[in-house]
Design a protein around this ligand. Structure first.
Ligand code: GLA
Length: 384
């Protein structure tokens, strides 16, 4: 139901008020993994899985949020909303309220209905879509227009400061600022970006391993710490290296022996991934798809071996795609340790590719994967 009319009816029936309706997409990252918090480069695409929000004002001073996905409603006092997360879906809308209140905005009572089809915990940024759509809905309600990049930063703060997930800016940025038929090469240092057109003959085939991933869990912050420890060693020698974005592979040659072996490997992934991401955008621009595929393969190897961010199932999903007709490139996408692979595939072969990949994966694992052929969509906006 990417259907604003259905959400409007649902909201009207529940809250007896006509809502304004907003949408924010999930995303898939083509290349550039665990580089965003190192102020490096990423190249994500907004996809046609999304979260919709309907919002209307209330006069009783309450904030009432309803999730159609969970079939659950929660009520809070607008004047004194919870200031701590409760490991519940309502943390995301509440986090938006908390961050906006911290910025000095007075938040009135409102009713919010939510519905989404971004697969949860699959590395397709269901939580970013929820934050961005809520941020857009609430700021519109209070009559404040916030530019997309600023809105993305506020939503990242919802994760970092309220939910307690130490993520970078990529997911919120692309959900707020995606452009139809394009990937964005985003510089996570200054949030400048370059639009990279996705040729019409290329399909985005997203293959869900069905292994759940969570960035609030232990592995994501551990990898982040390990890579940052390597950065600190380099910075202690030559200064001016606050982030791995500023480091080079030469630095690792020189000072790698002073690092924990794991830190060295994590940093080698991050530094080389930045180079690959910038190169992949150039190759896409030139129409050199063989090079894009080669870079994706290298990125997956680096993510799996050096960063140890993959899992058996994701490695298998990538491997099973290799000899399928139409494949340009395949790799694990998103925060890692499960979730989805992204396969760039010739459009004419995409359906057969998806069917065969699903069959092969099910035969090997006994797990029925979900395989989606997605389209590069626009960023968050008001509907109608
Ligand atoms: C998650 C985080 C992002 C990014 C990726 C890994 O999606 O939310 O900020 O770090 O993992 O590239």
């Amino acid at each position: 139901m990417h259907d604003p009319a259905a959400l409007r009816s649902l909201h009207l029936a529940r809250f007896q008020a006509v809502p304004a309706i907003f949408v924010a997409p999930g995303r898939v990252n083509l290349i550039g993994e665990h580089t965003d918090y190192a102020e490096g480069f990423v190249m994500p695409v907004a996809i046609d899985f999304a979260t919709l929000a309907g919002i209307s004002p209330r006069t009783d001073g309450k904030i009432v949020v309803y999730s159609e996905n969970y079939g659950e409603e929660k009520t809070f006092e607008a004047a004194a909303p919870p200031t701590q997360a409760g490991k519940h879906w309502s943390d995301y809308p509440l986090g938006v309220v908390a961050i906006l209140a911290g910025e000095g905005y007075k938040i009135p009572g409102f009713s919010l209905s939510l519905w989404g089809d971004v697969p949860l915990g699959s590395g397709l940024s269901s939580s970013a879509a929820l934050e961005v759509v809520t941020m857009l809905a609430v700021t519109s309600l209070i009559g404040v227009a916030i530019p997309g990049p600023v809105l993305a930063r506020l939503c990242q703060r919802v994760e970092n400061e309220f939910v307690g997930a130490n993520c970078g800016i990529m997911d919120q940025f692309i959900s707020a600022n995606g452009k139809e038929n394009h990937a964005l090469l985003l510089d996570c240092r200054d949030l400048s970006f370059k639009l990279a057109p996705i040729p019409a003959h290329i399909a985005l085939v997203i293959a869900n391993t069905m292994v759940k991933h969570s960035i609030a869990g232990g592995d994501y912050p551990t990898r982040r710490r390990e890579s940052e420890a390597a950065c600190a060693v380099i910075d202690s020698h030559r200064g001016g290296v606050p982030f791995l974005r500023d480091a080079t592979l030469d630095d690792l040659e020189k000072w790698g022996h002073e690092m924990e072996p794991k830190s060295l490997l994590r940093a080698r992934h991050v530094i080389s991934e930045d180079l690959r991401t910038v190169a992949a955008e150039k190759a896409l621009e030139k129409g050199d798809l063989a090079e894009v595929g080669r870079l994706m393969a290298e990125a997956h190897r680096s993510y799996s071996k050096d960063f140890e961010g993959s899992c058996v199932e994701a490695d298998l999903m990538v491997e099973l795609a290799q000899d399928l007709p139409g494949l340009i490139g395949a790799r694990l996408t998103g925060g890692g340790f499960g979730g989805c692979t992204i396969n760039l595939v010739e459009q004419s072969q995409a359906k057969a590719f998806a069917a065969e990949l699903g069959k092969r994966y099910a035969a090997k694992t006994g797990i029925e994967p979900q395989i989606h052929i997605c389209h590069a969509s626009g960023g968050a906006h008001r509907l109608e």
